[in-house]
Design a protein around this ligand. Structure first.
Ligand SMILES: [Ca+2]
Length: 286
């Protein structure tokens, strides 16, 4: 409790506000934490960034419209990248990414995973005179929404968070040591590697290759949208992959519309209009 109240003196506010107005997050000592009288967890990286406890090589700030790929290590580590803040076109809104692991001060936490918060800076400014009540500056993104439970809010390998209001996607690609490899990209951007099933929500215009298929067993569904190039690169490039599905795409004006090279097994191409003259397939079947 002392740690919690001390946090307020640093202008740290209750995170939560997802299912309850206040408190409600086990992941933050300046929320409910693990309960009074229990081992208290760390505070969220948003607060550590705000107070410059994490700086330099400990953290990275991704500008609005930017991308990031790298390993985010647990808050309980003493070195390595431990915080990512993604800015958005709205100067007040950002997202933070952190890895939490039940050990040391975080030993009361329920699992090892990736936590994502949406931060609204304007709420911080509104609350300077109202420190204990009101809206939360940082709200956890619940990976299992609607269940009135934030203990399972963490993301694990293979899971993805997509926010179409801000056109961002965050993939948890793999575990690397005790950290997680994060792939953060802008929805509908070009030149990106896809690791998860992806749906386009509008047409895209690309300089060079639009999409690299980065994992097996994934689907790109353009939902009828058009991918337009500048006569260079590939619309969709898949090399040494299994079970890639591309559907509902209109692909035009690339050097090659689709290149599937050594991409084997049950790939599917459905409802595709490719206006480029060259399609390049080297398909291995078992
Ligand atoms: Ca949940």
């Amino acid at each position: 409790m002392i740690t919690h109240e001390l946090g307020h003196n640093f202008y740290f506010f209750h995170s939560g506000g997802v299912y309850t107005l206040d408190y409600g997050s086990i992941w933050d000592v300046v929320s409910s934490g693990c309960g009074y009288g229990s081992q208290v967890p760390h505070t969220i990286v948003h607060n550590k960034l705000k107070s410059h406890w994490l700086t330099g090589i400990d953290s990275i700030e991704v500008p609005a419209g930017g991308t990031f790929q790298g390993v985010v290590y647990p808050t309980t580590n003493t070195s390595g990248l431990r915080a990512v803040r993604l800015k958005t076109q709205d100067a007040d809104i950002s997202f933070t990414i952190e890895t939490r692991k039940p050990e040391k001060y975080d030993s009361c936490l329920p699992a090892h995973g990736v936590l994502i918060h949406i931060v609204n800076k304007s709420l911080f400014e509104n609350k300077l005179n109202n420190i204990l009540y009101g809206l939360q500056e940082a709200r956890p993104i619940d990976s299992t929404p609607g269940d009135n439970d934030l203990t399972n809010a963490y993301f694990v390998v293979g899971e993805n968070y997509t926010n179409t209001d801000y056109n961002i996607a965050i993939d948890v690609v793999a575990q690397v040591g005790n950290g997680f490899l994060i792939n953060l990209y802008q929805l509908n951007n070009c030149g990106i590697t896809l690791y998860q099933n992806t749906k386009l929500t509008n047409d895209v215009q690309c300089n060079g290759t639009a999409y690299f298929m980065g994992s097996d067993d994934i689907t790109l569904d353009c939902q009828g949208h058009t991918i337009t190039g500048n006569t260079t690169g590939f619309g969709i490039l898949s090399e040494n992959r299994n079970n890639i599905t591309v559907k509902n795409c209109i692909i035009q004006n690339f050097s090659e519309g689709i290149k599937f090279d050594s991409t084997n097994q049950s790939f599917l191409l459905k409802r595709i209009i490719c206006t480029d003259t060259i399609w390049h397939f080297l398909i291995l079947t078992h």
